[in-house]
Design a protein around this ligand. Structure first.
Ligand code: DGY
Length: 324
């Protein structure tokens, strides 16, 4: 079996104990041709969100491939229908990273609002001469309105955090939450137009799909408050980055805090990085010790179940088990 990167030990060890693992040891992902070469003849593959799993890779792996285990909750790097049509189950790592990801989304919200990266740079650059009444002012977080786009597990955890700050929470999703959930989470459903127009902070928690790709475009930014701050911990391509750049530069919105970008990694000379109101961190929302270890255990469990021909604990295409 092929493991496309070193993952935290508990998971990696259980894979090693159970089977012979061909591990890609580099910090960087395997180049495409190397990946295609290494998966040949393998029964199982443990992939990361940086590895594209498509017909080309499945062909390269060959007919013995029994499982693709993705070390992430998101699986937009995997062509799931292609796997399903070959009856290959795909596993992901849901739930274990929900709260850790919401923590980071809220941290980004706070950091952008209260201008923490700018303050940090200011002190380090020796510019701090005195206490200043006008220095690094930003919007309040408490009692502000938060718009959550995508009200799944992580979006809902974001709502819980917001209620501690007595924020008004609006949410949008393809389906509306139950009245009980809405009242427990103190959140109200809103159409996107209303959510964009009314929110001081807009936090994205959607999957990347054909419908959500480029969802935050020039027209969306034009509907937002000029002070609005956009937070993205979902997937980079949900935001049209050229439009985001223009909106931030021209003051159509107040700021952005991004854990995910398009492309990823964002090149150091990318225009977004020249803007003081754009905070970017390197896709670290799930990066706590405990969460990454749990993700490794889960990805290993999916891989090993698949190798044994057993149902994966968390399959994203359970329909493979219904096919005759
Ligand atoms: C995921 O799991 O999809 C995150 O983006 C990385 O943890």
């Amino acid at each position: 079996m092929f493991v496309a990167r070193r993952i935290p030990e508990p998971g990696l060890q259980s894979v090693r104990d159970a089977t012979q693992a061909d591990l890609w040891e580099d910090e960087l992902p395997p180049p495409r041709d190397e990946l295609l070469r290494r998966v040949a003849g393998k029964h199982g593959i443990l992939t990361l969100l940086t590895d594209r799993v498509d017909d080309e890779l499945l062909d390269a792996a060959g007919p013995d491939l029994r499982v693709v285990s993705n070390y992430a909750v998101g699986f937009d790097n995997v062509d799931v229908p292609a796997c399903t049509s070959r009856r290959i189950p795909v596993g992901n790592t849901p739930s274990v990273l929900t709260e850790t990801t919401a923590d980071l989304a809220f941290a980004l919200l706070m950091a952008a609002a209260r201008r923490i990266p700018e303050g940090y740079d200011y002190v380090r650059a020796g510019q701090w001469k005195t206490w200043g009444p006008m220095l690094l002012l930003g919007p309040d977080v408490h009692h502000a309105t938060l718009g959550i786009v995508g009200f799944g597990r992580i979006g809902r955890e974001m709502a819980r955090r917001a209620s501690g700050f007595e924020m008004t929470v609006l949410y949008h999703d393809t389906t509306q939450a139950t009245t009980e959930d809405e009242s427990e989470l103190r959140a109200r459903y809103a159409e996107l137009d209303e959510l964009f127009a009314a929110s001081d902070f807009i936090s994205l928690h959607t999957n990347l799909t054909d419908e959500t790709r480029g969802m935050l475009n020039g027209a969306a930014f034009a509907r937002m408050k000029p002070t609005a701050i956009v937070i993205n911990t979902s997937r980079g391509p949900v935001i049209d980055h050229a439009a985001l750049h223009d909106a931030l530069r021209d003051g159509a919105i107040g700021g952005a805090a991004l854990d995910v970008t398009d492309p990823e990694p964002l090149p150091p000379d990318h225009p977004l990085l020249s803007l003081p109101n754009c905070l970017v961190v390197p896709h670290i929302a799930s990066a706590s010790h405990v969460t990454r270890a749990r993700m490794a255990e889960m990805a290993a469990a999916n891989l090993l179940h698949g190798l044994r021909g057993e149902r994966l604990p968390t399959p994203v295409n359970p329909e493979v088990y219904e096919q005759k």
